[in-house]
Write a protein that binds this ligand. Sequence first.
Ligand code: ACK
Length: 273
Amino acid sequence: LQQWESVIPLYFGWFLNEADSRMLKLVSLAHLEECLKIPEFEQDFKNFTHTSDMKDMLEYYLMPESCKEGMLHCTSKFCSFGDVPGSLEYTTSKDVLEACGLCYKLCLVGFIITPRTFGARVKLGSKELILWGQENDCPESLDLPPNTSYGRPFLHNNNYQNPIVNQSNKGKPWFPHCQATLVSSEKLEPSFHPTSGKGSRAHVTLGCAEGVKAVTTGYDLCEVIECEESPEVTSRSRTFALERGWLRDYGKSRWVLYMNRQITVKSLFTGCY
Ligand code: ACK
């Protein structure tokens, strides 16, 4: 009988392929550019980024160290190679073992823009929520375990089960099934509290200010969710209508774009080792 030892990754998550990562980055910059048409936002953005022209503004956020090869992802569980409590249980759970190598749709409902981070907000569906292993509580401090090295998503080159694979994409290399970013045609009503409770911290880090770590996007999103849940804050917040949705100012340079059309992107669930 062969014995397998579990190798715990740095983190698990849903990964976009390279083409979709590039496309999402462009789409997100187009949204940022649209927000910059609102004078109040433009002024605040210029103040906190210390920039004045459009090129510098759009180049303010840099790809974080953990994402230097440019592939975007949504973390489902940060394990730090086993240092984080519950990592072994998560890694060896039936749900996770069965999910590795499968394709999932990620639904993006908005963007958060702060002096520290730029992120896309993910609304997890019931299938994805089963794999959500991050804490729900927002941490009090930013004391983080040191990340010594960053890995790469594990390439499943075995014959993994893929529910979306079909004849036309069969046999093509890596991410055969994840080829397009789809913007839904259906227009949504404004919802200023699109995610709450379990999984509401789910996000894709699109960029961070120089020296800021990707983990900060989750903390910024936590703050935003707290604002959304506070009637006192929401009553003071200003909302601006845009072609692509509604931009809200929660104060302290915390801006949120609630999109009127969601973006659905295909992703591959796996660990980054
Ligand atoms: O943008 P993210 O979700 O934030 O993706 C990266 C990924 O793991 C690799 O660094 C996230 N991350 C890093 N440290 C932590 C942590 N302590 N808790 C939760 N997520 C973390 C980071």
